[in-house]
Design a protein. Structure first.
Ligand code: PMP
Length: 370
């Protein structure tokens, strides 16, 4: 470790927490309710599965190094130039590379407390220093959400990059497109603002639209998206960013050749073309999200408002035993101690049958305490 550059020396390897592989082995197929990773229980479009299978015939060939077909389809979908789109092996890869390209030792990266964990990792791995802005208070309308004033105030002369997710994981909190535009107007043009929209397809609040519409106005804006969530393709590892073509060209310099595999390119293009599937996923999630939040609040639990496909629930006491009891009952939550929220669990919104299993397991675990 002493040979590694200073930023990497202080890093810990990603710890998935629960041993999901062992858990899956321990339960009959389809019986384990996995609500720990904000995946899409409805799965991908059947068209995406068909395209994936068809692409298997070309596994001995390298894929299109430029991902031209998928980038073209994404450009048409978002109404931007193809040159402004960069593909990643998941949006995680792009988030890491953004810090690698735009920040380094002696420079700062700004993110919010309770922001997505990868931002701190990306900053550290690049050798930069993370400056964490305080989040909104628990009593706010958006408990623990991004405080855009605090984020703006945290930007200093050495700041090169700001990461924010909208909606944010793990809180589910969000802010409107107008508030984002006001924030961007306060950020010096030398500072890149990365708006992570991993959960944007799930949004139902009309005040929040994709930040893609702000790209022409703010050349320092980068928007990241993913096929892992609403498109139901987390296993394929495909994400993308949208930015001014000049900025995208810089990112292309560090992109590994063939970073997105052939079946992934094919399946994502088919998934993108099936927006009816995405609309069904959004509608199902919106209904189930509300029903689950209501059911949890009826149990006197503190549920953070969410525009994602998950809920942050505060149990007001150490949630580790509760997480253990849920797992024993075959329901997988995401413990939040790593985020400094040991009294909270993050619960993905599943299908109705899965949410019912979750509530049954919760009731059994909470037992006499209610
Ligand atoms: N951003 C946010 C806010 C996320 O929650 C996640 C996944 N948990 C990602 C990015 C990364 O997703 P992927 O690499 O699968 O695109």
């Amino acid at each position: 470790a002493a040979l590694a550059q200073p930023g990497v020396r202080g890093l810990c390897a990603y710890d998935p927490g629960l041993d999901l592989v062992a858990l899956r082995r321990g339960w009959p197929a389809g019986e384990l309710v996995e609500l720990g990773s904000n995946e899409n229980s409805l799965g991908p479009s059947p068209a995406a599965l068909a395209a994936f299978a068809a692409a298997a015939g070309d596994l001995h060939r390298y894929p299109d190094p430029l991902g031209g077909t998928l980038r073209g389809a994404l450009a048409a979908h978002h109404g931007v130039a193809r040159a402004g789109i960069v593909l990643g092996n998941g949006s995680h890869e792009l988030l890491m590379q953004l810090a690698q390209v735009f920040a380094g030792p002696g420079q700062e990266v700004v993110a919010s407390r309770f922001g997505f964990a990868v931002y701190a990792l990306a900053a550290q791995a690049a050798g930069a220093t993370l400056r964490q802005a305080e989040a909104l208070p628990v009593a706010a309308a958006m408990p623990r959400g991004h405080d855009l004033d605090a984020l703006a105030a945290a930007i200093g002369p050495e700041t090169r990059l700001v990461y924010l997710a909208n909606p944010n994981n793990p809180t589910g909190t969000w802010f409107g497109t107008g508030a984002l535009a006001d924030f961007l107007a306060r950020v010096p043009p030398r500072v890149l603002v990365v708006v992570d929209e991993a959960y944007l397809e799930y949004v139902t609040d009309p005040a929040l639209r994709s930040a893609v519409e702000l790209l022409p106005e703010f050349p320092n804006l980068v928007v990241t998206r993913t096929f892992s969530k609403a498109y139901g393709l987390a296993g394929l590892r495909v994400g993308y960013l949208l930015a001014a073509p000049g900025l995208a060209a810089v990112m292309e310099r560090v992109r590994e050749s063939f970073n997105v595999n052939g079946p992934g390119l094919a399946a994502c293009a088919a998934a993108l073309a099936d927006q009816a599937h995405v609309a069904r996923v959004r509608a199902s999630n919106a209904g189930e999200r509300e029903a689950l939040a209501d059911a949890l609040r009826a149990r006197a639990l503190a549920v953070t408002p969410s525009q994602g496909n998950f809920l942050l629930v505060d149990f007001g006491r150490d949630a580790a035993p509760l997480a253990g009891a849920l797992v024993a009952a075959g329901v997988v939550p995401r413990p939040m101690a790593g985020y400094g929220l040991p009294t909270c669990l993050r619960l993905s919104v599943g299908r109705r049958d899965e949410n019912r299993r979750l509530l049954q397991a919760l009731d059994a675990a909470l037992g006499g305490s209610r």
